[in-house]
Ligand binder design. Structure first.
Ligand code: PLP
Length: 457
């Protein structure tokens, strides 16, 4: 092992933890285009959004001016139960890769949900409670978001209904049980409890469901029940805002050691963890204070940015949400079911999309067998069993570190280790059994998805 001038693992103290989130929107080179109402084609008003989402979240969503937004004490108190999270200098991985690069990771998997999603779940449940709401609804695919929100709803004393994609609820019965243990009601979707669900069941009685259908059911419930709202786990600006605690804690620790990353890497599903990690560094870059490079990593099977279009599209496949200008494969894009990771969303955060389009963020698509190989290497070196999503970042970091071995460059690399993989052992089994396949959609297959992008400019 190298000299270890920097400790293996560093935590901020409780008193050093961030008291403000970092609003990247106030630093952007021009606002990203607004959400559009899918029916009128006009920019969404706060009143329209408040019918679906909590008031305070809508306020944050539309805030392009305040550089910092205070984290209420009620949220900071809950953060104490699972934060701060550690920054780890990956000495053992560096040694394994035989690289002159310095590698750091921010580990967000140390809570029962097993991912960073609790950072925003706590905030959104808190604001719902403050608004006097009694219930919230959401959807979950892989299950991390549903788990995180069930923990937050339990903490703040809110009722929660989670529409869980039926196939996922059946494949991951233990995920479902964790959510129920925290007191939330899990409804396999499509269900008989909503119009959207009944309509789909009538047409496709044997369907395993989809994220788009689960969103449609959750939104329908939220709008119909008084004192109820819908909450979303990624993509939206206010979710990315809540995730900036990741970047703020990272920067506070690394600044203390005089370390400034040359390259920051993160996996991208809807873009919230990556956006949260890079936010304070990206602001420096936008102000010309650093030359840090940013690399978002996505699955080759669902290449939203690397092969998608920058266009207005619906955030869900049922086309009931507003339209966002983002990189998209088309709201009707169906990712292959054999893909193991949870990064299957067709779109991307409007903030991340704009930064990609403006050339501030690079994107790399990686194949899942190479991702799992990197995950196993990482687990053996650093001990943590990574979530398949997180392992996309690990794969790209390993590639960059090996490049440094060849060039001799002592790059400082920071990446987000978003979660743990204990509920993904079916995917690990596939890999260990040697039966995992790589799937890369053909241009023709992507065209099918693109044809579902609405014609709005
Ligand atoms: C949900 C999830 C992601 C992807 O979501 P983003 O919004 O892109 O951050 C990544 N890693 C884990 C472990 C997740 O649960």
């Amino acid at each position: 092992m190298k000299d270890m001038k920097i400790p293996y693992k560093t935590y901020l103290t409780e008193s050093e933890m961030p008291k403000y989130w970092f609003n990247l929107n106030a630093f952007m080179p021009g606002k990203h285009p607004p959400f559009l109402n899918g029916v009128t084609g006009k920019p969404c008003t706060a009143e329209e959004l408040e019918k679906v989402f909590c008031k305070e979240c809508v306020k944050q969503e539309l805030n392009f001016t305040d550089k910092e937004i205070e984290i209420p004490k009620g949220i900071r108190d809950f953060y104490r139960t699972f934060r701060p999270s550690p920054i780890v200098r990956a000495y053992f991985l560096e040694k394994f890769l035989d690289t002159p690069a310095e590698i750091y990771y921010k580990f967000e998997g140390n809570n029962t949900s097993g991912s960073h999603k609790l950072n925003s779940a706590s905030a959104q449940a808190y604001y719902a409670k403050e608004q006097g709401l009694k219930f919230i609804t959401t959807e979950t695919g892989a299950g991390q978001w549903g788990t995180a929100l069930s923990m937050a709803a339990a903490f703040y004393g809110l009722g929660l209904e989670v529409f869980m994609v039926k196939a996922s609820a059946e494949q991951k019965p233990y995920r479902k049980e964790v959510i129920r243990t925290y007191g939330a009601n899990v409804v396999p979707s499509p269900s008989e409890t909503t119009e959207a669900g009944r309509k789909i069941l009538k047409e496709f009685p044997d369907t395993g469901g989809s994220l788009g259908c689960a969103i449609a059911e959750a939104v329908e419930k939220a709008v119909k029940i008084p004192g109820c709202r819908y909450v979303l786990g990624s993509v939206l600006d206010h979710v990315l805002l809540h995730q900036t605690v990741i970047g703020l804690e990272s920067k506070a620790v690394l600044d203390g050691y005089g370390v400034y990353p040359d390259l920051i890497v993160g996996c991208m599903g809807g873009g919230s963890n990556f956006g949260g990690l890079i936010a304070p560094y990206m602001a420096d870059r936008l102000q010309g204070k650093c030359k840090t490079e940013f690399l978002g990593v996505e699955p080759a099977s669902c290449p939203s940015v690397s092969r998608g279009k920058y266009a207005y599209d619906y955030c869900d496949s049922a086309k009931i949400t507003p339209l966002a200008k983002m990189y998209t494969l088309g709201c009707g894009f169906m990712p292959p079911s054999e893909h193991a990771g949870g990064l299957r969303y067709h779109g991307m955060s409007p903030i991340i999309s704009k930064l990609c389009n403006d050339g501030y963020i690079g994107v790399k698509a990686v194949k899942q067998t190479s991702v799992f190989k990197a995950a196993l290497d990482f687990a053996k070196c650093e001990g943590i069993l990574p979530a398949p999503e997180s392992a996309h970042a690990i794969k790209a970091v390993a590639d960059a570190a090996i490049e440094c071995r060849e060039t001799g460059e002592k790059k400082v690399i920071l990446f987000g280790l978003t979660g743990t993989g204990y509920f993904d052992l079916a995917a690990y089994k596939q890999y260990n059994d040697g039966v995992m396949k790589d799937y890369v959609p053909t241009d023709k297959e992507l065209e099918k998805g693109f044809s579902t992008i609405p014609r709005i400019r």
